[in-house]
Design a protein around this ligand. Structure first.
Ligand SMILES: COc1ccc(C(=O)Nc2ccccc2)cc1NC(=O)CCSCc1cnc2[nH]ccc2c1
Length: 273
């Protein structure tokens, strides 16, 4: 793409719309750029908060990373600007909202939908890994949909408690890999684990190790206490893929490349995302 013209934006270039969520560091709004009528999401961070938590370097580092990421399944950070008291991030707006909403309204997804989202996630993660970016937090809450239903990893950076977030969100262990709950060193392979969790949740509507208490969830993860309910009906190939991702030894988990070539993905995923 040709270099976008670098210009200094300010808040009065935008018509601010409804709030999309609020986080520890500020709020997110739908907004429209006044000239082009282009719809974006504006994330307003307060400098006082940034100073208080001393995360300037973290924010700057993240901005450098995010503006360099260009992938159809990763939410774009178009740029940012600031005034005396605020830093404002100009983010892509995903018109389809949170994937979690789709999961909630449909209890579970079809195998074609699930395979398409897993393929999109594997492609986005492979892109991130080759750019040595691994802090993608791929919970359903961080996954958004564009106007065509295409998945976007939104990666909320720092926790954004938006309204429709499920209550168990804060502190849920459901998505953590064994090496993380057991506080061992972890690497890229945690993302492969999370893809297994998400694939299960897309197909069955709940994460595989869900339990009443965090302690029980922890134990189920550590023991890989995985079982497949008889309903809804899920193909053996899907279960095969999940079983090759939810493996305790992180070096034995199916690689992103192997996920993209898996028969279940080849047979069910829509390659256009
Ligand atoms: C690339 O993305 C990001 C980049 C950076 C940060 C961030 O906050 N970084 C940070 C903050 C403070 C200290 C250090 C680092 C956040 C995001 N991304 C989001 O926050 C996604 C949801 S906001 C957008 C959005 C769009 N489209 C929607 N459709 C429905 C809801 C919705 C919500």
């Amino acid at each position: 793409t040709q270099k976008e013209p670098k210009r200094e934006w300010s808040l009065n270039d935008f018509e601010i719309g409804k709030p999309l969520g609020k986080g520890k560091f500020g709020r997110v709004y739908v907004a429209r750029e006044a000239q082009s009528k282009y719809v974006v999401a504006l994330k307003v961070l307060f400098k006082k908060q940034i100073d208080k938590y001393r995360i300037h370097h973290q924010l700057r580092r993240e901005m450098e990373i995010q503006t360099s990421l260009r992938h159809p399944n990763i939410l774009r950070l178009y740029g940012w600007f600031h005034d005396e008291e605020r830093i404002v991030l100009i983010l892509e707006y995903a018109h389809g909202g949170e994937l979690y909403g789709l999961l909630r309204d449909n209890t579970h997804l079809t195998e074609k939908q699930a395979a398409t989202y897993i393929l999109s996630l594997a492609q986005a993660l492979a892109y991130c890994h080759q750019k040595h970016v691994i802090h993608r937090d791929i919970k359903p809450e961080n996954l958004l949909l564009d106007h065509e239903g295409r998945l976007k990893i939104a990666d909320f950076g720092w926790s954004v408690q938006s309204s429709s977030k499920r209550r168990t969100m804060c502190g849920t262990l459901d998505y953590l890999a064994p090496e993380m709950v057991e506080n061992k060193a972890h690497d890229y392979a945690v993302d492969n684990w999370t893809l297994g969790i998400l694939c299960y949740e897309f197909l069955y509507g709940t994460p595989p190790f869900e339990a009443e208490s965090q302690r029980d969830t922890f134990r189920r993860i550590a023991n890989i206490d995985l079982n497949f309910p008889s309903s809804p009906q899920v193909s053996a190939e899907a279960k095969h893929l999940i079983s090759q991702l939810l493996v305790k030894d992180s070096s034995k988990r199916l690689s992103l490349e192997k996920i993209m070539e898996h028969p279940w993905i080849i047979r069910n995923a829509d390659p256009s995302g």
